[in-house]
Design a protein around this ligand. Structure first.
Ligand code: URA
Length: 238
């Protein structure tokens, strides 16, 4: 159980500056169970809190954990240069909360991108020590051969890497389709590994992270959803 003043609650949920949140409350714009609460100093229990603002019910969340179905031609960097940033796909409240991507996908890679405003979660998920498997579906320019799979499983040497990097799993899914599972998240890793093994990645999609499959979330490309505790537990072993 934890109580916070109403203005802090509104601000923490991404509704703007403290001053603006106070004015929303004082103007009677925010209701709880249909009752206007216009004193911004009122201490309100956050556990299970749902308030209504601009005709929308908002569930209070201490932190947000999001999966985005990233489309092509969006950049994950904080300062995108050639394409819009992935944050532009989220509602304003979430960007006010300083939601950030967990790791990066290339601008032309599609698929599951985790995002959160919980620094500890971002750090833990990105940590190489955690060995979170990332499942990619790669389209290859040259046919997928047994030799290619053997090379990727044995490990390929990339420039600037001290030791060869190996795929955890590699499955041929079609003449030019390869499912590749990586535990690391090095820069352009799938593309560079395929190039080092004599092929070329012409399209890349991340279909799952740990045991959480993008398809199970039933979101369209460009859409996002909050992750439940059960879905978060599927991401990786603790
Ligand atoms: N490997 C790549 O080459 N690109 C990505 O976006 C992700 C993994």
């Amino acid at each position: 159980m934890s109580k916070l003043s109403f203005d802090r609650i509104l601000q923490s949920q991404g509704y703007g500056t403290r001053k603006y949140c106070r004015s929303l409350i004082e103007d009677g714009e925010v209701t709880i169970n249909g009752v206007v609460h216009d004193n911004y100093k009122e201490l309100i229990e956050t556990d299970g809190l749902v308030f209504n603002l601009f005709d929308e019910d908002v569930v209070y969340r201490e932190h947000v954990y999001i999966a985005l179905f990233k489309p092509q031609n969006y950049e994950c960097s904080r300062k995108p240069s050639h394409h819009p940033g992935v944050l532009t796909l989220l509602p304003e409240e979430l960007t006010w909360r300083d939601v950030q991507p967990v790791g990066r996908l290339d601008h032309d890679t599609t698929g599951m991108l985790l995002m959160s405003d919980d620094g500890a979660f971002i750090h833990a998920q990105s940590s190489p020590k955690r060995h979170v498997p990332k499942i990619y579906q790669a389209t290859t320019a040259e046919p997928v051969t047994d030799e290619l799979i053997a090379q990727l499983l044995a490990g390929v040497q990339l420039h600037d890497e001290p030791a060869p990097l190996a795929a955890q799993t590699c499955i041929k899914r079609g003449e030019h389709q390869l499912e590749i599972v990586l535990e690391q998240g090095k820069y352009h890793q799938v593309k560079r590994m395929l190039a080092a093994a004599g092929n070329h990645c012409s399209a890349l999609h991340r279909s799952a992270i740990g045991g959480l499959e993008l398809a199970s979330l039933e979101i369209e490309e460009g859409d996002w959803c909050y992750l439940t505790a059960e879905q978060l537990a599927l991401l990786a072993p603790a």
